[in-house]
Structures are given as C-alpha cells and as structure tokens.
Design a protein around this ligand. Structure first.
Ligand SMILES: NC(=O)c1ccc[n+]([C@@H]2O[C@H](COP(=O)([O-])OP(=O)(O)OC[C@H]3O[C@@H](n4cnc5c(N)ncnc54)[C@H](O)[C@@H]3O)[C@@H](O)[C@H]2O)c1
Ligand SMILES: O=C(O)[C@H]1O[C@H](OP(=O)(O)OP(=O)(O)OC[C@H]2O[C@@H](n3ccc(=O)[nH]c3=O)[C@H](O)[C@@H]2O)[C@H](O)[C@@H](O)[C@@H]1O
Length: 426
C-alpha cells in the first residue's frame, strides 16, 4: 500500500522529481528539475529519459518497452522495512521475524549504544539485509515502505547515563524518522513505553489514562521524551497525513538482553547464574508485568499491519498469586518494606493482587538457583510503584494477547545467559 503510493507519486509526475530534504526542525521540499523524468525507487536516482526537447511528444511510435528489470523493481511486491535500533534486544528479534518473510528487505540503522552487531550476526551478508551505523539524531535518506522506530536506550541505567542524548534521541530522532516517513510515504511505528504513565494513579493502565509523570526528574529524559515522541507522531499524522502506529510497550524480557543491562529480569538471571545475591530494590513491593519478547514482536507486527493508529498497550498483565504468603513474610522481615508500607498505602495494596519484585526474585531463585540469597538494596528516584497493562484494546483491535508465561520464558532466557556467561547448569 505504502509502496504503491510511492510508485504512484514517482511515476505520475514524470517531469519533476521532488526531493524532500529534512532539516532538524523543518521539512522543506525543493524541485530538482524537469530534466529528470524518473526515479529509481530502489535507492539513488536514475535518469531514464531526457524530455527537455519534447521529442517523445512528436513521435507516433509507441514508447519502447522499458527494461524488465525496471518493471520488476517497480512492481515487485517486496516491502522494504527500516528498523531503527534493530541491533538492540527487541529490535533484533523483530528483524529475525521480518526476515522470515522472503518478500521483506530489512535495513537496520543503529549507533550501537546499547545494541550490538552480534545480535544480527546471522543476517550480516544476507542479500535482503543491510546494516547501517547511524545515529537517528541525524537525518537518514533511504527509500522504504515501513519504519519500525525503536532506536532509544531502554534500560534506566543507560538512558540516565546521558539524559540529554536520550531526550535528543527521542525528540530529534523521532522528528527525523517522521521526516523520512513523510518524504517517502512510509508507515511508521513508534515503540513508546508504559513509562508515559509515570507513577500511575490509575491501575491497571488503559490507553486513555494521561499519566502521572515527573517532568523534571531523572527519568524524565525517557518518559517525557517518549511523550513528546508520541505528540510528534500525532501531529505529523494530523498535519501531513502520515500513517502512524504507536505501541506502548510494558516491560519485556528474553534472550539477547544485555547481561549487565541493569533491568530487573536480566539482573536477577545473571546474578542467579553467577551465584551472586539477587538485588531487590526497596521496597520490593513495586509491581511490574513481564512480556516475553516473541509475544512482543508478534504484537508490534500486528499493530504495524493493522488499521489502528494506537496508542495500544502491549504487555503481559499476568501475576503470581500463589507466591503471596511468601511475599508477605519477606516484606515484613525488611524494615525498608515496612517503612514504605507505612508511608504509602498504594505500595501495600500492590502486593495484594499484583506481581512484585520480591515475587520475581523468588521465582528466579526457585527456577534457576535455589541456593542464591535475596538481598534488599537502595532504590533509585521516581521508580514507579505499580504497573500493569490493560490490554483490552490489543485483544479487540489486534486480536493479540501474550502466550508465554513468565515461568516458561525465564528458562529460555537462562539458556541464552548461560551460553554467553559460559556457565553450565549444575
Ligand atoms: N524492553 C522493554 O522492556 C521496553 C519497554 C518499553 C519500551 N521499550 C522501547 O522499545 C525500544 C527497544 O528497546 P530494547 O529493550 O530493545 O532496548 P535496547 O537498548 O536493547 O535497544 C535499543 C537500540 O537502539 C539503539 N540506539 C540507541 N540510541 C540510538 C540512536 N541515537 N541512534 C541509533 N540507534 C540508537 C541502541 O544501540 C540499541 O541497539 C526502545 O525504544 C524502548 O524505549 C522497551
Ligand atoms: O516497560 C516500560 O515501559 C519500561 O520498563 C523498564 O523500566 P523499569 O520498569 O523501571 O525496569 P527495570 O529497571 O527492569 O526495573 C523494574 C523494577 O525492578 C526493580 N529492580 C531493578 C533492578 C534490580 O536489580 N532490582 C530491582 O528490584 C526496580 O526498582 C523496578 O521497580 C524499561 O527499562 C524501560 O525501558 C521501559 O520503557
């Protein structure tokens, strides 16, 4: 569909080739000239005939049959897909899935800040795959039909490391990708986050909730950055008719997460394998919902291919009520937790029906290393106390719901971590 409109635009204006040149804060267009009749949409330009003398208008013969190569290029049903941040955790799994379809050509643009070529090693050299070292804060000129825009550090440790760069990535990076989408008529999907809900006062979070975000906190570069990115998506949609999709992703885990990524599931698994104490950040009663990466990729592709702009929550609302008693005992053994409960009733209510970090630690301990210790450590500012997606919209509009339970997903991740850490299971 996007390709069809691209072809239409290029072929039906033979005397002019319009090129959009995207500047950081504006999209400006200028005309190359009437000497160029056509554009090779495979990338780069090709002059196919010179019409400035008007020769073709005087001839009575039908025009020569164009090269079959040209037609195959124009009319093939292949999709060319750009994945920004494709060398990262979710991005590389998305690339695997997109590459399974022989009609897809995939271009990855990544600056390798938190991603790695290693995640894509099986595709490097493949004729339908291209990897570009590129920072999305700079404009990118490629010809594509779809853009999955994932580029952004996702672990709080990494996005807080250089907050100014994080906000530039979210704002300027998204602006650049929207400029690209506008120039080539591509559909664009943004991977937003459940962090747009901040420390939510509504629970679970539906897409209609506007959030409770600290605009000046240490996490703001990320959560406010993503909120602006969402705003830009909708402004380009309303103002320029760009086809947009917004996924609000909730905590996702799986193989290929950075071992020292700092996120809770990867931390606990690496710690359990290394025989180090599992570090539960106080109070430990904060809740999250964990979605296995294959489910996430499935949701993202359905959103891209479907007819809804979103935003749509994609996450796994599952919880573990069976661990409730154990959880309570752990909480009451720790002064931190008791203080937190006294201070805030929400933290206490969280443990009644939700999946807490203590439960996660207990689950990892049980599945991976029953001898490992669990210890309570200091938390970081503005850590959301509760988070769980309302996925009604994803179910109804995308026919999507997660399939992999945490207890099945954790061992798959363990295998990958053991291989990379070179530690065999006893
Ligand atoms: N994993 C989650 O739980 C989660 C939750 C919510 C939202 N998300 C979003 O999903 C996307 C992917 O997350 P992930 O977990 O795979 O993270 P990740 O850190 O593994 O991947 C991000 C990728 O983006 C690249 N990148 C960062 N800044 C860039 C820049 N300026 N230019 C080009 N490339 C850049 C990194 O090198 C990396 O390859 C992110 O946008 C993130 O905000 C993830
Ligand atoms: O899903 C989301 O929308 C967001 O979720 C995560 O942010 P966060 O939930 O803070 O992720 P973690 O760093 O994995 O922390 C989860 C919880 O575990 C706790 N934690 C973390 C690390 C640890 O070693 N121990 C521990 O108890 C944290 O205090 C926090 O309460 C991601 O890292 C963001 O990129 C993403 O956008």
């Amino acid at each position: 569909m996007a390709k069809a409109s691209l072809i239409y635009e290029k072929v039906n204006f033979p005397l002019k080739v319009w090129i959009s040149v995207f500047f950081l804060d504006s999209n400006e267009e200028f005309v190359i000239d009437e000497n160029w009749q056509g554009l090779n949409i495979a990338g780069g330009f090709r002059v196919m005939a010179n019409s400035s003398n008007g020769d073709h208008q005087t001839t009575t013969k039908p025009p020569p049959t164009p090269s079959p190569l040209r037609f195959s290029k124009f009319f093939q049903s292949n999709m060319r897909i750009l994945v920004t941040g494709g060398a990262g955790f979710i991005g590389s799994h998305l690339v695997d899935r997109l590459m399974e379809n022989e009609k897809n050509e995939v271009i990855v643009a990544d600056n390798y800040f938190t991603g790695s070529k290693d995640n894509l090693r099986k595709w490097i050299g493949h004729p339908r795959f291209e990897l570009i070292r590129h920072d999305v804060t700079e404009p990118l000129l490629v010809e594509v039909d779809q853009i999955y825009h994932l580029a952004c550090p996702a672990s709080p440790i990494f996005y807080k490391y250089n907050p100014v760069k994080t906000i530039k990535t979210n704002v300027i990076g998204t602006l650049n990708m929207l400029g690209l989408a506008k120039r080539v008529g591509a559909r664009i999907l943004l991977t937003s986050t459940s962090e747009v809900y901040g420390d939510p006062l509504v629970h679970p979070q539906p897409e209609t909730y506007w959030g409770n975000v600290n605009p000046i906190g240490v996490r703001s570069c990320y959560d406010e950055g993503k909120r602006v990115a969402e705003t830009l998506m909708f402004d380009y949609h309303r103002q320029h008719g760009i086809e947009i999709r917004i996924a609000r992703i909730f905590n996702t885990y799986g193989p290929r997460m950075n071992i020292d990524d700092g996120r809770v599931v990867s931390n606990f698994i690496a710690q359990a394998i290394r025989d180090e104490p599992l570090t539960v950040q106080a109070p430990g009663t904060q809740t999250r919902s964990f979605c296995y990466v294959s489910d996430m990729v499935d949701g993202l592709i359905r959103l891209m291919e479907g007819e809804n702009t979103g935003p749509i929550n994609i996450g796994n609302p599952g919880c573990f009520p069976t661990l409730f008693l154990k959880d309570m005992m752990f909480v009451f053994k720790h002064q931190y937790a008791i203080d937190a409960i006294r201070r805030n009733l929400v933290s206490f209510l969280a443990i009644l029906g939700e999946f807490t970090m203590i439960e996660l630690a207990e689950t990892v301990k049980e599945l991976i290393n029953p001898k490992v210790e669990i210890k309570m450590v200091e938390n970081t500012p503005d850590d959301p106390r509760q988070r769980k997606p309302d996925i009604t919209k994803a179910k109804e509009l995308l026919g999507w719901e997660p399939k992999v339970k945490l207890r099945d997903g954790l061992p798959l991740m363990e295998d990958d971590f053991r291989q990379r850490l070179a530690v065999l299971k006893n």
